[in-house]
Design a protein around this ligand. Structure first.
Ligand code: URP
Ligand code: ZN
Ligand code: ZN
Length: 461
């Protein structure tokens, strides 16, 4: 592989900021310093006046996703190209077996979708949708192979959700193996009751999705999961936390000694419940779970980054196009849940977080890259810029201005939830293990070079 030197960029990591050259060779960073001498034939890139960030890590995507009677409409090829154009060099996707399916068989299915197609690196959180002796045996094998995080759903009862006995079993096993458990925290039975009530009252439009999953139901799920984390000693990670009430539960549990971390999403920081009220069924494009909330929740989520209460920013990329959304035309409960956002996560976070002064630039890198690498067993291979780390780098031109549109994005979906939003900055250069995959915001690289990253367990209970 040809060597690459990135000169004079302003390197920004979770803890440092300085101007230097970075030399990449054989997929890793081999030198950092001023005026580096390089071998003949090394590609030179001038990053003067630009930031150089570690490749961003999206801790929550759904690329291959059979869900609610449909399939998310990206492939590993389209999703990873879109991710790279937005600066994300590693995805943590979810491998989600059906309740009757073997976890090992599911891994093979997901592998067949990703291998040879992904243009960025990736790994999976292993979803546990049933827990018994057979599943436990397979999970041990899966963890030994380097997939060292689990996922549980407290929502989606009767489909992907687990009951308390199963949840306890998964978390005990996780504590033993040093595996962190990620969780969708909404109480399934309460949602079921509210959905039935609204539908029986003729309240069937997308605007009823949020009221059917109120903030206190998410708060209840969050508290429940944190209690299980305390009981079992497992480390827990609350995915896509959407509101102040649930955040308060997580903070209270942290103060009581639970080892739990919080992820929020760019959608929850910038969009709100009024989007799901848009006429002519456009609101369906903004149906996801937990739902978009009242705007008043956003200040607490933003503050959570600077106060350290919110660890990471994810996308929960789950693209269902407007035709697929029509499955719920007569009943909001049947609208496939999900909003596409993996391409825009980083630049929107930079634009509305760093440029507005709401998020310090180091915390921006930390939340969008470093924390995910640390929590999920990839640090310092990923998530930072240091000698020996993978040469996953993003040269960011902060002066560039553009406007988001479905007409120009790279995701395989016919709408963009941030249509018309202005973006400050563009990924001028993106590398994956030293290979240049993006120049000036466009994919110019090699498809299929992505690798499944083998991860370490992160703690022992
Ligand atoms: O609405 C969402 N979030 N769809 C994807 C599946 C999940 O719950 O994360
Ligand atoms: Zn979820
Ligand atoms: Zn998700």
């Amino acid at each position: 592989m040809a060597s690459l030197v990135i000169r004079n960029g302003e390197i920004v990591t979770a803890s440092q900021r300085y101007v230097a050259d970075i030399l990449c060779d054989d997929g890793v960073i081999v030198a950092i310093g001023k005026h580096l001498d390089v071998a003949a034939g090394t590609e030179e890139y001038d990053a003067s006046g630009k930031f150089v960030f570690p490749g961003f890590i999206d801790p929550h995507t759904h690329v291959y996703l059979p869900f609610m009677g449909s399939f998310a409409c990206d492939t590993y090829e389209t999703a990873t190209i879109a991710a790279l154009c937005g600066g994300t060099t590693t995805l943590i996707d979810f491998c989600i077996p059906g309740r009757d399916e073997s976890p090992l068989a599911a891994i093979e299915t997901w592998r067949s979708k990703a291998e040879g197609n992904a243009a960025s690196d990736w790994t999976w959180h292993m979803a546990v949708t049933r827990f018994d002796d057979e599943v436990e045996r397979e999970l041990r094998q899966i963890v030994a192979s380097g997939i060292t995080s689990f996922k549980v759903f407290l929502a989606y009862g009767g489909a992907l959700g687990v009951d308390d006995k199963e949840l306890y079993g998964v978390m005990k096993l996780a504590a033993e193996l040093g595996v962190i458990v990620t969780a969708h925290c909404e109480n399934a039975d309460m949602i079921d009751a509210l959905q039935k009530r609204f539908v029986s009252e003729g309240k069937t439009g997308p605007e009823w999705h949020e009221p059917s999953r109120p903030t206190y139901v998410e708060a209840e799920g969050t508290r429940h999961f944190c209690t299980m984390a305390r009981l079992t000693g497992a480390h827990g990670y609350i995915v896509h936390l959407s509101c102040e009430e649930a955040l308060n539960e997580a903070i209270e549990a942290q103060l009581q000694g639970a080892n739990v971390w919080v992820e929020t999403l760019i959608q929850h920081l910038l969009l709100d419940n009024t989007h799901a009220e848009r006429p002519d069924f456009e609101g369906a494009n903004f149906v996801m779970s937990p739902p978009l909330r009242e705007k008043s929740n956003q200040d607490a989520l933003w503050a959570g980054f600077s106060k350290g209460m919110v660890a990471t920013l994810g996308s929960d990329h789950a693209p269902f196009n407007t035709e697929q959304k029509k499955m719920g035309k007569d009943n909001f409960c049947l609208i496939p849940n999900g909003i596409p956002s993996l391409e825009d996560r980083v630049r929107m976070f930079y634009t509305h977080g760093v440029e507005t002064g709401r998020v310090d630039i180091h915390r921006f890198v930390d939340a969008a890259s470093t924390q995910a690498a640390k929590l999920f067993g990839m640090f310092p291979k990923k998530g930072t810029i240091q000698l020996g780390s993978d040469a996953d780098l993003v040269v960011y031109d902060k002066e560039h201005r553009s406007t988001i549109s479905a007409k120009t994005h790279h995701m395989n979906i016919d709408y963009n939830p941030f249509e018309g939003y202005e973006v400050k900055g563009r990924c001028a250069l993106v590398t994956v293990r030293g290979t240049v995959q993006v120049r000036d915001g466009e994919f110019v690289g090699k498809k299929g070079i992505g690798k499944l990253i083998k991860r370490e367990p992160t703690h022992f209970g």
